[in-house]
Write a protein that binds this ligand. Structure first.
Ligand code: MLT
Ligand code: MN
Length: 309
């Protein structure tokens, strides 16, 4: 099984179009060791031919262009991309669906909650149902991903609910302090190759480590985990916003309540931060925060990162 990081940044990317904070500026200056990171998505294949996207970012067009694995290979109309699996309804994870029109066979898997909000938004009807099959995912049950024609692709997934938040554009203040969040608004995925049973976890958003999640992850070979912020009040510290990580549904990387501490007693071979916000100092190659992350056995993902599992 191969995994390709199409976009390693959180919503907005890095640099973010309207951001002048340290990381965005360093990336624009092309400081050594920095790189442009597009918005959150990975692609996975088990046979090297058929790929599934996990989330579809607003940058999908350029991500496909930059990665030859995603290019059409045969016939006048072709794509190695057979479908998309969504982990939530965030703009950075669904807006790329709009770039996947043009009468191409696809199957889109999501939690029924996410499918229902996409259905309410008629702009997503550009995904013509004659070509694009929208399939509900059952939670906590492994199943094989199939292409539009029902052919197995060699990949299987198990989706599970994690602590998180309803998509920003669906927040409803009248519904109290969780803004109308329901189970299933944020999910994590175990992605496996059917043939050799190898697997990894992809969890680009997670607000809290729970006993259930800890037990799932224990003993795994690879986890790609929510790396959005270094500290909970980073947006305020960087003077670019007021929202905390918790308010946005993300655990911070550092500190006693952070993800690095939470993973300390979970045996995982390889741990990689993904969905990293442009305010996060781990994106700067010489920062003390980057050193701390690496000293703790974590890696920082980058666009184009390839992993053979
Ligand atoms: C998030 O991950 O918190 C969201 O993508 C925020 C957003 O929609 O900008
Ligand atoms: Mn996001």
């Amino acid at each position: 099984m191969k995994l390709l990081v199409l976009g390693s940044a959180a919503g907005g990317g890095s640099p973010q179009w309207n951001c002048n904070s340290e990381v965005s500026k360093a990336v624009r200056r092309q400081d050594e060791g920095t790189s442009i990171r597009t918005q959150s998505s990975i692609a996975v294949t088990s046979d090297g031919e058929s790929w599934f996207l996990f989330n579809a970012s607003p940058d999908l067009g350029s991500q496909i262009f930059k990665n030859h694995q995603m290019h059409p290979k045969k016939d006048l109309r072709h794509s190695p991309i057979k479908g998309v699996v969504l982990t939530n309804g965030d703009v950075d994870h669904v807006a790329g669906l709009l770039s996947l029109r043009e009468r191409q066979d696809l199957s889109i898997y999501a939690h029924p909650r996410v499918h229902s909000v996409l259905k309410q938004n008629s702009i997503f009807n550009v995904l013509n149902p004659d070509y694009v099959d929208r399939r509900d995912m059952e939670m906590n049950k492994e199943f094989q991903l199939k292409d539009k024609d029902g052919k197995f692709t060699g990949l299987s997934i198990e989706a599970f609910e994690v602590s998180g938040k309803i998509a920003l554009w669906l927040e409803d203040e009248s519904k109290g302090k969780n803004f109308g969040t329901e189970e299933g608004d944020t999910i994590g995925l175990k992605i496996s190759s059917v043939e050799d049973k190898k697997s990894f976890f992809y969890i680009p958003a997670c607000a809290k480590m729970t006993d259930d999640l800890r037990a799932r992850l224990y003993g795994s070979k690879l986890v790609l985990f929510d790396g959005t912020l270094w500290v909970n009040d980073e947006m305020e510290n960087s003077k670019v916003g007021q929202k905390t990580g918790q308010r946005m549904g993300h655990m911070n990387n550092s500190g006693p309540d952070g993800s690095m501490a939470a993973f300390e007693d979970i045996e995982v071979e390889r741990k990689i931060f993904i969905h990293i916000n442009t305010t996060n100092p781990i994106l700067l190659p010489n920062s003390s925060e980057r050193r701390e992350v690496e000293n703790n056995g974590w890696e920082v993902s980058f666009d184009g990162m390839e992993i053979e599992i």
